[in-house]
Design a protein around this ligand. Structure first.
Ligand SMILES: Cc1ncc(COP(=O)(O)O)c(C=O)c1O
Length: 380
């Protein structure tokens, strides 16, 4: 990772990102010469009562204000680095597995740099998202059967491998293991640091591990006492739980992505879909800012931290996307009733466990021991 941004003196950082750290395409006064210029500089919104009690709150970084979502940053950076290294030749095809957000970023990067894009998804992808990806010019390839152990995610990855092998010159960003997916988030960290001046706690959802690793690396360099809180889905394998079918998309995984920076986390929370849905709906009703599964789960955890941390603790929570793609799921009463997501109140504090491998969790649960399951020998 380049250290040019993170070694900048804090005093100048707090006055804002100066022109010489801004990418060439950055929006100037609302003018963008291409869609890449619309990425970044997303707002920070203060979230407090009625979602957080006790006169306190947290700052939400609204990544849904990017043209596609948080992964516009990762897609552009991975594509630009691969082009620079010569791994992605001019005009060559990009093929990747995605649950949607990276797909939007890749079609943006493909448009900016002139690459056709094929996206491998599964039947859980919302129809509206599939139409949007197609409208932006992507070819969408839907796998029909989950892998017996690695679930839909492994099935998608296997299909990507097959497509890459059959299309000479095509390139896969491999967001789960590509370090450029982590490095892509330096500027996001700087936007938080310059906006807030100081950060005590960072709350991030974890899927590939990219944004939690990338943002925390820069923020911890600036604020060494930073507490990093990871938010995963119930039924996800990332932090050592058994793989189960998951309703939530974006956060969580059924594999072990190498981009997850296990050492960086102070604690992990597993959140069930009902908690995420109810928080999304409360956010929409009280803050005019909401989003998808990961937004609801992150907000649930950040609100609890705000209500339990000492007064004055400055908390930043990353909201990866906006609500529009979820109108037929999270914001649809019939869907939520069918999946038992809205009629029963959810807890306002997590259960606690000491050992991430000892017990299968099905409710909102917190663990302050974070270990790489492969290093712990829990998985092969
Ligand atoms: C909507 C959404 N939220 C959260 C995440 C998790 O982010 P990361 O992959 O950087 O861990 C993703 C990843 O795909 C996502 O699409």
């Amino acid at each position: 990772m380049s250290t040019t941004l993170i070694t900048r003196p804090l005093s100048s950082a707090h006055q804002g990102i100066s022109a010489n750290t801004a990418p060439a395409a950055m929006t100037q006064g609302g003018l963008a010469h291409n869609p890449e210029g619309l990425v970044g500089n997303t707002p920070l919104l203060w979230i407090s009562a009625p979602l957080v009690e006790g006169g306190t709150g947290f700052w939400a970084k609204l990544e849904g204000h990017n043209p596609g979502g948080i992964k516009d940053r990762a897609a552009l950076h991975m594509v630009e680095r691969a082009r620079t290294r010569g791994e992605l030749q001019a005009g060559a095809e990009i093929v990747e597995s995605t649950s949607g957000t990276l797909g939007l970023g890749l079609v943006l990067a493909g448009m900016v740099h002139g690459h056709p894009v094929t996206l491998v998804t599964d039947p859980g992808l919302e129809e509206s998202m599939q139409r949007l990806l197609t409208a932006h010019g992507a070819r969408v390839d839907v796998v029909t059967k989950p892998h017996p152990e690695g679930g839909w995610q492994q099935a998608r990855r296997d299909r990507v491998t097959q497509l890459i092998a059959s299309r000479p010159g095509s390139w896969c960003p491999d967001q789960y293991h590509n370090p450029d997916n982590v490095a892509a988030y330096q500027k996001l960290a700087w936007e938080i640091a310059t906006g807030l001046g100081h950060v005590d706690v960072l709350v991030c959802s974890v899927g590939t591990g990219g944004h939690s690793a990338g943002v925390s690396r820069v923020l911890r360099h600036l604020f060494p006492q930073l507490r990093l809180v990871g938010v995963d889905s119930v039924g996800s394998t990332i932090f050592g739980q058994p793989a189960r079918p998951r309703l939530m998309r974006g956060l969580g995984s059924s594999i072990y992505p190498r981009n997850v920076a296990y050492d960086a986390f102070n604690e992990v929370h597993w959140v069930p879909p009902a908690s995420a849905v109810q928080m999304c709906r409360q956010l929409a009703a009280s803050c005019y800012a909401s989003g998808g599964w990961s937004v609801g789960a992150v907000a649930r955890v950040a609100a609890w931290i705000a209500s339990t941390a000492p007064a004055g603790t400055r908390i930043a929570a990353i909201f990866p996307d906006g609500p529009h793609r979820y109108l037929d799921t999270i914001y649809n009463d019939a869907y939520c009733r069918e999946h038992k997501l809205i009629d029963t109140p959810t807890p306002d504090a997590p259960a606690e466990i000491d050992d991430p491998f000892g017990l299968e969790v099905t409710e909102w649960t917190r663990c302050t021991r974070v270990v790489d399951p492969r290093e712990a020998g829990v998985v092969a």
